[in-house]
Structure formats: C-alpha cells, structure tokens
Design a protein around this ligand. Structure first.
Ligand code: PA5
Length: 359
C-alpha cells in the first residue's frame, strides 16, 4: 500500500482540513452574491485605486487577485501586508480589510488609518473588532462563516474580494470565471481526495516526492501568488520551511544560489507552477531553468494550470497545492490544524510592551 493510502496517517488531521477542502465548491457558491446584498455608502465612480489589506491566510486573497487579474484591473490595485497605508491612499482609494478573526493588529491598524483618511472601505471578516468597529462607523462588512482556520477559509475571502472589485467597476463581470471555479473545485475534490489511491492522485504523488525535502516553489505572472500560497500552506499545514520565488526575477539572482548548494542540493525539491498563458519567454525560461537546475537538486516538478478562465486556472493550482500541503503534513506526522507558534507570538505581542531588543 502506498504511504498516503494508509487511513491511519490521514487521521492526524485533527481539524478536518481535508474535509473542509472537499467543500470548496460549496464555499464558492455560498460566497457568490454576498456583496450584492451590501449597501455601499459611496459611489463606485469615486474610486481611483484600491488597497487590499490582510495578513497570512487572510492576506493571500489580495495577492492572488492582484497577480492573476493584473491585465484586467481597470485601476491600480495593491495588496498590503503591513501596519501602514502608503501615502497614495486617500479619499478616492477603496480599502478592503480582510481578517478572518477580525482581530489581527496589522489589519486593524490599517483599518483605523483608512477611517482617519476618509477612505471608502469594506471589511471581510467573521467578527472581532473589525466586525464591530466598521458597522458602528457606517462602513459595510461582508460577514463570512466562522469556525475555520483562516487559511482554510481562503474561498470565503477570495470570492467576496472579487465581487467587491466587480461591483465597484474595477474588474469586468466574472460570471464565467466563478462558474468554472465551482467546477474546478468539484473536480479537485474528485481527483485529489483521500479516497483516491496515490497511484492516481496527483496531490499525493507530489506530496510524496516532496517528503524530506526543502520545497522551493516558483511561479510567474498568474501563478506568482499561487507559489506564495503553496509556500504558506506547506509552512502552516505541513510544519516545514518552504520558499517561493517568481520568474523571470529568479533567473536574475536566485538560480546562482543553486550553483553551490552543497548538502542542500540533494535535499531541495523545486516545484514550477506554469500557466499556458504566461509570456512566451517565461515559458522558455521555465524550460531552460529546469534543464539547468535539475542536475543540482533532488527533483524539479512542473505543474501546468488547466482551465479556460483565470479563476479556473488559478484555483486548479491553489487547490492542488492545498491538498499537497495536507498530505505532506500526514507524511511528516504533523497535525495540519494547530499553528502553535503563530498563536504564541500573537499572545506575547498582546501581553508585552515595547522593549529594547536583547538578542
Ligand atoms: O493562517 C493563519 O492562521 C494566519 O496566517 C492568519 O491568517 C494570520 O495570522 C492573520 O489572522 P486573521 O486571518 O485572523 O486576520
């Protein structure tokens, strides 16, 4: 029996992240139309640019949207992962604040700043301070279902983010994308679910090939933030270090680091996330880079997105990566759910003040 066909290994997933992932199509369906119900207290015509604020599992939706839809965004849109808003954010900036818990201090600080600057703003949250401050100040909030890990609730945040941008005229109608997204999510559950044997299960096969390695995930254009998502999911679910990079930039520095990898070479597994719509030269770069580094590392796995629409192809790779990370957790004997160090760090930040760093 292949390792990931052993039911005992899959039971390490104490918060049933595999079960949540299997319900991705339902999450997309539930998210559709949520934004249409909102009463927007500002005219969409006033918006000249957009800032999407969020951290970790709540921040990735903004990164995915800005990289995947770069060619269709009608005004500048930037994903921000920080306490501060840049100087250009003002009364004509739509600020989207995404925090699953509604309690993340960087996002709350940005939210206060947005209020001070008089920005049109919308929150996406399950509650917390973001869920109470915003409505109290007349700003709309998209309420999403509680009870999940933020990273497992990506679709609860991604779909409303897209719908906000459509409603404000920043993106064109995305009905075809959303329809395909639901189909892709159903197919992912059928292809990569735990009951599909490893020999036919692309996610289990990639997880197995990554086991015991240092994963390096490279994307480009639409797959840039997907590479970031894979890296984050491997960190948080599989409890392993992982790194990500973006072509063509990787070709201008990072590949040199592979020339003298020493002991790290045989331990490094590279995954390339490709998309048939990437620039022709980027396609060649992936091919040539693979040829150059394959002899220097343990493995290079290239995966190409499938689908007709941007969102379909995006989710094709995002959901594959989510499954890979959960199976990688099983192989490492890790419980994908708890994120002890993140919680400890947040607790310490909340209970200790500023002090001089002592090393
Ligand atoms: O995955 C996680 O739990 C984290 O990355 C959180 O998303 C991050 O710490 C921010 O918290 P929240 O999503 O509640 O704003």
């Amino acid at each position: 029996m292949a390792r990931l066909d052993n039911p005992a290994l899959l039971q390490l997933d104490s918060l049933d992240n595999l079960g949540t992932l299997a319900a991705s199509a339902e999450m997309i369906a539930a998210g559709r139309g949520l934004v249409a119900q909102l009463d927007l207290p500002f005219p969409a015509s006033a918006i000249r640019n957009v800032a999407i604020c969020g951290m970790g599992g709540s921040g990735i939706a903004g990164d995915l949207v800005t990289t995947a839809y770069a060619d269709r965004l009608r005004v500048p849109v930037q994903s921000l992962r920080n306490y501060y808003l840049p100087g250009w954010v003002g009364e004509d900036t739509l600020v989207i604040l995404a925090s699953y818990s509604g309690e993340t201090e960087e996002t709350l600080t940005a939210a206060m700043e947005a209020l001070d600057r008089g920005c049109p703003a919308i929150g996406i949250t399950t509650g917390g301070k973001l869920g109470s401050w915003y409505p109290d100040r007349g700003l709309p909030v998209v309420s999403i279902p509680p009870g999940l890990q933020p990273r497992a609730a990506l679709l609860h945040m991604l779909i409303p983010t897209l719908e906000i941008l459509v409603r404000c005229g920043v993106l064109p109608d995305l009905t075809a994308d959303l329809d395909e997204a639901e189909r892709v999510a159903r197919e992912a559950a059928e292809s990569y679910g735990p009951s599909v044997p490893q020999s036919h299960n692309g996610a289990k096969l990639i997880a197995d090939s990554l086991d015991g390695s240092l994963p390096v995930i490279w994307g480009a254009e639409m797959t840039s933030a997907v590479a970031q998502r894979w890296k984050g999911q491997l960190n948080e679910n599989a409890k392993t270090p992982a790194y990500w990079g973006v072509l063509p930039e990787v070709n201008h520095n990072e590949i040199i680091g592979f020339e003298q990898m020493g002991d790290l070479g045989p331990a490094t597994a590279v995954v390339m996330l490709r998309d048939p719509r990437q620039h022709r030269q980027v396609q060649r770069r992936f091919d040539i880079t693979k040829e150059l580094i394959e002899p220097l590392v343990r493995s290079v796995t290239a995966v190409t997105a499938e689908g007709e629409t941007t969102l379909g192809r995006l989710l094709d790779l995002v959901l594959l990566g989510d499954y890979v990370s959960l199976y990688a957790a099983c192989l490492r004997g890790a419980d994908a759910g708890p994120i002890r160090l993140i919680n400890t760090l947040k607790e310490r930040l909340a209970t200790t003040g500023y002090g001089r760093a002592t090393g």
